[in-house]
Ligand binder design. Structure first.
Ligand SMILES: Cc1cc2nc3c(=O)[nH]c(=O)nc-3n(C[C@H](O)[C@H](O)[C@H](O)COP(=O)(O)O)c2cc1C
Length: 285
């Protein structure tokens, strides 16, 4: 059998396929559809200090080659995650990463410290790239100094694998990547969604309650590939690439039911690790 195992810092994934945060719930919702043990890792929904209801509806809009979302980090909050969700998912035969989000450096640290105490969670993905919250989120990920500040603070209190998720909504993603690497990140993941907007021309209103939202799906893939290529050439730490996944083919991922198309699952893949670095053609390096 071919060995697809991949290393991210000190975590060994059985293969380089991981789920993208927010598109795969806590994993348990998909256990009836796929064997979770076949995944290299699951990155669970963004988790904040307090429970969040998310933004008002409508918060999803179809676009010609993707979708806009403005979910706004709806989640149960870190305490409920630790007390109720973690016991249900900790036995999964794959690596579980918690996507950690916040509105302040203190909140990021508080959530990270609580997750640090959970034995079966070997790493976190620090989300400094969410475009759908009024405070924090992408605000931390668009300036190198701010990004470094939050990563340094979390690095001081978080002792396992620290992945930092970057936004493409910047002039130079390389500057952010380098700042985050210097601040102590063990790996980077990218890209989060692109800031976008859609208008309902009949109603002459924005499609989303928040007016703007995060664009994902096939249309963002060239942007994701460009960002991953630039960052992979600029840093020494592993880079987890994502962005541009269509809804999976029914025959592959789920029983042939009519509900299959509605599955919001998207998978990301480790595009470059120390082991896979040579997959880039030499002419482009
Ligand atoms: C409905 C939805 C919710 C998301 N929630 C999160 C989240 O909580 N944290 C996060 O870091 N990214 C979140 N994302 C971004 C995805 O993880 C991913 O970076 C982005 O969708 C690009 O990948 P794709 O084009 O393959 O979907 C979300 C995306 C979608 C579509």
């Amino acid at each position: 059998m071919i060995n697809l195992s991949t290393q991210i810092h000190n975590i060994t994934l059985k293969n380089p396929v991981m789920t993208a945060s927010g598109t795969f719930g806590y994993g348990e919702e998909f256990a009836d559809f796929i064997d979770l043990g076949r995944l290299g890792g699951i990155v669970v929904k963004g988790t904040t200090g307090q429970r969040r209801q998310g933004n008002a509806y409508p918060r999803m809009a179809e676009t010609p080659a993707g979708m806009l979302n403005a979910v706004g980090l709806q989640n149960v909050g870190v305490d409920t995650f630790c007390a109720e969700v973690y016991p249900r998912i900790k036995h999964f035969d794959t690596n579980i990463f918690v996507n950690v989000s916040g509105s302040s450096i203190e909140e990021y640290c508080d959530v990270a410290a609580k997750i640090d105490a959970l034995d079966a969670i070997p790493g976190i993905e620090l989300n400094i790239s969410c475009p759908n919250v009024k405070q924090g989120g992408m605000g931390f990920g668009t300036r190198p100094e701010m990004a470094a500040q939050v990563v340094e603070a979390v690095r001081r209190i978080y002792h396992k694998t620290l992945v930092v998720k970057l936004t493409p909504n910047v002039t130079s993603i390389v500057d952010i990547a380098k700042a985050v690497e210097s601040a102590g990140a063990d790996a980077l993941s990218l890209i989060n969604t692109l800031l976008g907007m859609a208008v309902d021309v009949e109603r002459r209103r924005p499609m989303l309650s928040t007016v703007t939202g995060g664009l994902s799906g096939p249309c963002v893939k060239p942007v994701a590939v460009r960002c991953v290529w630039q960052v992979a050439h600029a840093v020494q730490i592993p880079v987890i690439g994502m962005g541009g996944r269509p809804v999976p083919r029914p025959s592959k991922w789920a029983p042939p039911t009519s509900s299959t198309r509605a599955l919001p699952c998207r998978l990301s893949r480790v595009w470059r690790t120390t082991a896979a670095a040579t997959t880039l053609p030499t002419s482009t390096r």
